[in-house]
Ligand binder design. Structure first.
Ligand SMILES: [Zn+2]
Length: 345
């Protein structure tokens, strides 16, 4: 489907950014340059709360952060899968939200304002490209290696959405055709090998004696202390990520790959085998030049990227020209001036 990009209206900020994860909900106000002015977090309570209770904490958090100040738009990152750009979300880590019409509900909560939503890993990639490790590059893959493995693609300076908003989903690139089964129903995907729980499981299967209930952070601690099985588990994950990056680089002629997410806290234990694999498998001269770097924005990457959907829409948002829904069109100038007052509903 051809995408017609129309020049967006100038945004002077501030913009409300929301980042929705299985553990916590985060909201921030960012100025027009993408600087975080204020931010807050609250537990998602994904295991105990109903869909409406989670949504109520989200809007409460958003209204608290907005603090009654006029805002010019709302950008949201949320875990997938989702119907994009309609924004009906079914995050794997928030089971109560099954087909939850998040974008529509937020558009009702913030009438007259543009509300734009993308996959959380796509937002991280947009954030790292706009204000993080990929600043100034034209072709970037932004990766998150955490409980899952996700990513987003920027090519020729613009975020690539793909047919359904899933372009850049490197977690389901196959790195071991005969490898472990994946949550997607496939086999040998990068995510099946390198996501935190898979790394921990492999370590357990190979004799790692971490404490009961231990997860990625404990494994990284033990690897740092020299535990050979923990080191081998991270090595295997890093190598798999490097193989996927080499393939992505060949396919997309990348300049930069940024790597963030919880497991990247392992540092060289993950990055050294990862870089070795990139060097080994990315052989063509153009692919050898790819720079693989750690993400810079840390926990705020998703918020900065969500804000970029509004603040730098010419590069990071293409959907409204396609959907044409009245709830999702950019705000008129009068709505932009009057903005949103918290507690007005
Ligand atoms: Zn998969």
């Amino acid at each position: 489907m051809p995408v017609v990009r129309t020049p967006p209206p100038a945004v002077t900020g501030p913009v409300l950014a929301i980042d929705i994860g299985g553990t916590k909900l985060a909201a921030a106000l960012l100025d027009a340059d993408g600087r975080v002015l204020t931010d807050r977090r609250t537990p998602t309570r994904a295991d105990t709360a109903s869909a409406e209770e989670i949504y109520a904490s989200l809007t409460q958090l958003a209204d608290d952060v907005a603090g009654g100040r006029p805002i010019t738009g709302v950008g949201v990152g949320c875990g997938g899968p989702m119907e994009w750009p309609a924004g009906r979300v079914s995050p794997l880590n928030i089971p109560a939200w099954l087909g939850f019409p998040l974008r529509e509900r937020l558009a009702e909560h913030f009438p007259g304002l543009p509300v734009r939503l993308h996959n959380d890993a796509v937002c991280v990639a947009a954030g790292e490209h706009w204000r993080g490790a990929g600043r100034g590059s034209r072709n970037l893959l932004g990766m998150v290696i955490s409980t899952g493995v996700g990513g987003g693609l920027v090519l020729d300076g613009r975020l690539v959405d793909g047919e359904s908003g899933n372009a850049g989903h490197i977690g389901h690139v196959v790195v071991e055709p005969d490898g472990p089964s994946c949550v997607c129903g496939g086999q040998g995907c990068l995510e099946a090998v390198a996501r935190g729980p898979a790394v921990v499981r492999w370590a357990r299967d190979h004799g790692w004696a971490g404490p009961p209930g231990a997860s990625g952070p404990e494994l990284v601690t033990d690897a740092t202390a020299g535990d050979p099985v923990a080191i081998a588990a991270l090595h295997r994950a890093g190598r798999a990520a490097g193989i996927a990056i080499a393939s992505a680089t060949a396919l997309c002629d990348l300049e930069v790959v940024s790597i963030g997410g919880g497991l990247s806290a392992a540092g060289d234990l993950l990055m050294a085998p990862l870089l070795d694999a990139v060097r080994r498998y990315a052989r063509l001269p153009f692919a050898r030049g790819v720079r693989v770097v750690s993400a810079e924005l840390g926990q705020s990457a998703g918020l900065v990227g969500a804000a970029a959907l509004v603040l730098a829409a010419d590069r990071y948002w293409s959907a409204d020209a396609v959907t044409g829904s009245s709830a999702t069109k950019p705000a008129s100038s009068s709505a932009t001036r009057s903005g949103h007052s918290s507690g007005s509903r």
